[in-house]
Design a protein around this ligand. Structure first.
Ligand SMILES: C[S@@+](CC[C@H](N)C(=O)[O-])C[C@H]1O[C@@H](n2cnc3c(N)ncnc32)[C@H](O)[C@@H]1O
Length: 199
């Protein structure tokens, strides 16, 4: 899979565009300058860079070197600082009690890893810290507007309720949305959205 992302991110245009994901951008009132932030699977950095532009202290983690290089270029074009770390999230020694905010946009893990990684994300937050997640649901298979084309990699509301059962859930919904995010996310999409706060 890593090679898949390396190839996609070496293409000329930014795969998911240069602007923040719309669900994330809609959470702007919850953000404060200086928040310690982890952008998980940040790819070419559109979300991490947008967060840095809001004054947050952002670390983007991803296993694509090519993606993170593009993320650093995007940060520099906006004159903001973005820290990057190239790691495999499956084997990373996840920090604990560290972040005010964790952002996970369209990062889909296989069923044998998903719950463990989601719990590590929750533990990486400080108490009271916020996690913002958007993913595709199985209904997305009929839209073909982006996301993994295999059912077992898609998420639904019940899965996330279980994965984040120890958190305070501020929002957990499945909805249809219109994606306009670069060449690979275009059109009607079936998504699940989560705002979860560590207790
Ligand atoms: C669909 S892209 C989303 C990128 C970004 N979050 C965005 O919304 O533009 C999924 C990202 O997850 C990263 N990823 C998937 N599995 C990973 C793993 N095991 N370790 C690190 N990164 C991973 C990929 O490299 C890719 O950048």
């Amino acid at each position: 899979m890593r090679e898949f992302w390396e190839q996609r991110y070496a293409e000329e245009s930014l795969a998911y565009g240069a602007e923040a994901n719309a669900f994330l951008a809609g959470q702007r009132p919850r953000l404060r300058p200086g928040m310690q932030t982890l952008a998980v699977g940040d790819g070419q950095g559109r979300n991490g860079v947008w967060l840095a532009r809001q004054g947050l202290q952002v670390l983007s983690v991803d296993y694509s070197q090519t993606g993170l290089e593009r993320a650093r270029q995007l940060a520099s074009s906006h004159g903001v600082t973005l820290d990057t770390l190239c790691v495999d999230l499956f084997t990373w020694q996840w920090p604990r009690d560290c972040y005010d905010l964790i952002v996970v946009i369209f990062v889909h893990f296989p069923p044998d890893q998903r719950q463990r990684l989601h719990q590590l994300m929750l533990q990486a937050l400080k108490p009271g810290g916020l996690l913002i997640l958007e993913g595709f649901t199985p209904e997305q298979l009929q839209y073909k507007s982006g996301g993994p084309p295999v059912r077992e990699l898609l998420y639904d509301r019940a899965m996330l309720a279980e994965d984040f059962r120890d958190a305070e859930i501020e929002l957990l919904e499945e909805t249809l949305t219109e994606l306009d995010e670069g060449p690979y996310h275009q059109g009607t999409a079936a998504v699940v959205r989560l705002l979860a706060r560590r207790r």
